[in-house]
Design a protein around this ligand. Structure first.
Ligand SMILES: Cc1cc2nc3c(=O)[nH]c(=O)nc-3n(C[C@H](O)[C@H](O)[C@H](O)COP(=O)(O)O)c2cc1C
Length: 523
């Protein structure tokens, strides 16, 4: 059965159009940042006891570049062994996905940085665990609080079956000992970005999931991302306020011998939380797009997944440049944990330093190895296409390129030095003009919306964000830098057209070596 709202895809087209950046939209905007009313970046429950997480957790020696995109694993077949994370393993997963990795003091305050990059440093994504009995943690529904690195129990008991039911019995969830749910509290981002914040749920959720999938995949918990679920059921289980918060995705981890037992009844939760700011502004366009892309019944969730629309690259018209990623013996040995702790968005790029073609190849190779998810079937398919503006890569003429995913090759679309244009496309900022390369994720929304309804938009934005998060990790693992960026939507499509005609921009990352002098790292 199909929900009328998810099928009426005019909603997505209207939301996307209304939240595009253009010269005109920026000029017409009277939005200003009300610093007195800035929302806090944490959800603080008033009355729940903190369950501290262990601060020490196991290491994984695998080099980050090997860990970023572990092979997409099919769900384990019946009879395979158990794979159950304990509290220390969960602690590592939560820290490296969403924990506080750095603190910078300045006169009058402190800025907290997290494991994942995110728009405006506003950190509007929270993680929840829905667990059976695990070593060190009793069955329950928990919220992860990065501010004090602790869990809080929202419900006592094994509620995993409620998620299995909400997903229309997703085969990924049925044997999972623990499921991680991600949620945006819209106001925490909309304070700055207004209605565009709904896109950021999936951008920032995406970079967070890039970390989460890398950590859990390389720790052998075979993560599977699930986006097909009845929204109301998930919101109710987690005690969310549907007017203000939306669930982004579920990640099934590990494997139990037995299926989860039937869930207890799910009474409404009314848990007091600290106000985010003095007042909150409602953005009806966010609520409307979330409702339009919601699945209303578990049966609808059951038929939502799989059958990804096939995609085919048009015949090449320009020169082809097959990737030359680093050989395994050349891969830097730094671990994923060290890279995530060290990562931070590059605030100035050095125009004088090029990337090698091997460095760029390695980044692209690691970012495009497939996302284990219920909307990408067969595994390894994709909803997004990568387009690049190359400014400074040794052995590659400056110009516009298209990444031919199945052939792992860059196709030259247009040769030329486009620093000025790239700066303009990135809202006139210096970062995209000074970087060595800009990598854009674009999606052809028509077939996606036809197959997945409005929820296909969530999936494409999320895959764009995961790809962006992986680009970041692969850049830092090779000791250069990256920054996410925002953009003038239609101008990007026009720049890459006719090849990109009809496609919509989902995400942008600039890559290059940091300008150490501008950043005060060297005189
Ligand atoms: C999707 C995305 C878009 C971003 N857009 C911009 C941008 O337009 N300009 C900018 O200077 N930084 C941008 N950033 C960088 C963020 O400001 C930065 O990630 C955030 O402040 C957190 O800092 P960290 O990445 O060092 O942890 C973006 C980051 C992401 C993930």
């Amino acid at each position: 059965m199909s929900s009328p709202s998810n099928r009426d895809t005019s909603a997505t087209l209207a939301y996307h159009e209304a939240t595009k950046h253009s010269e005109r939209s920026l000029r017409a905007s009277r939005h200003f940042l009300d610093w007195e009313n800035q929302p806090r970046a944490f959800k603080i429950y008033r009355d729940l006891e903190a369950i501290p997480l262990p601060q020490r957790f196991p290491d994984n020696e695998l080099p980050a570049l090997e860990a970023i995109s572990p092979a997409v694993a099919a769900p384990a077949a019946d009879g395979d062994g158990e794979q159950v994370p304990d509290l220390a393993a969960l602690s590592r997963i939560l820290y490296l996905s969403a924990g506080i990795t750095k603190r910078k003091h300045y006169p009058g305050g402190e800025t907290l940085f997290r494991a994942y990059p995110n728009t405006g440093g506003l950190h509007h994504i929270d993680l929840y665990l829905v667990a059976g009995d695990l070593p060190g943690l009793s069955a329950g529904v928990y919220h992860f609080g990065p501010h004090d690195f602790a869990l809080r129990r929202l419900r006592d008991g094994d509620y995993r079956a409620a998620l299995v039911e909400a997903s229309g019995r997703s085969p990924d969830l049925v044997r999972s000992p623990v499921i991680i749910a991600s949620v945006s509290t819209y106001w925490r981002n909309a304070w700055k970005y207004q209605a565009r914040a709904y896109r950021h749920c999936f951008w920032d959720g995406g970079t967070l999931h890039a970390n989460l999938l890398a950590v859990t995949g390389s720790d052998q918990f075979a993560p599977r991302l699930v986006m097909g679920f009845e929204d109301r059921a998930v919101e109710r289980l987690l005690g969310l306020d549907p007017a203000k918060e939306g669930a982004i995705a579920l990640v099934a981890l590990g494997r139990s011998e037995r299926e989860a037992p039937p869930a207890p009844a799910v009474p409404e939760l009314r848990l007091a939380t600290e106000p985010l700011s003095r007042t909150e502004i409602d953005f009806p366009a966010i609520r409307a797009q979330h409702a339009a892309s919601s699945l209303e019944e578990s049966a609808e969730a059951g038929t939502w997944r799989g059958n990804t629309p096939p995609r085919k690259d048009p015949a090449p018209t320009g020169s082809l440049h097959p990737l030359r990623p680093l050989a395994q013996s050349e891969v830097p040995r730094e671990t994923l944990e060290a890279v995530i702790r060290r990562r931070g968005s590059t605030r100035a790029f050095d125009r004088a330093r090029s990337l090698s073609f091997e460095e760029l190849s390695t980044v692209l190779d690691r970012a495009t190895r497939g996302v284990p998810s219920d909307f990408l079937d067969p595994p390894g398919t994709s909803l997004v296409d990568l387009y690049l503006i190359v400014h400074a890569v040794e052995g590659l003429a400056p110009g516009a390129y298209y990444y031919r995913r199945s052939e792992r090759s860059l196709e030259l679309l247009r040769e030329g030095s486009f620093r000025r244009e790239a700066g303009r496309l990135g809202l006139g900022q210096e970062l995209p003009a000074d970087a060595a390369v800009n990598v854009y994720s674009l999606a052809n929304l028509s077939p996606l919306l036809a197959r997945f309804g409005n929820r296909g938009y969530r999936a494409a934005q999320l895959e764009g964000g995961i790809t962006g998060g992986r680009l970041y990790l692969a850049a830092y693992a090779q000791r250069f830098g990256a920054s996410g960026l925002t953009f003038f939507d239609d101008e990007v499509t026009a720049f890459f057209s006719p090849h990109a005609a009809g496609k919509s921009v989902m995400f942008l990352v600039a890559l290059g070596y940091p300008d150490r002098i501008a950043l005060g790292l060297k005189t």
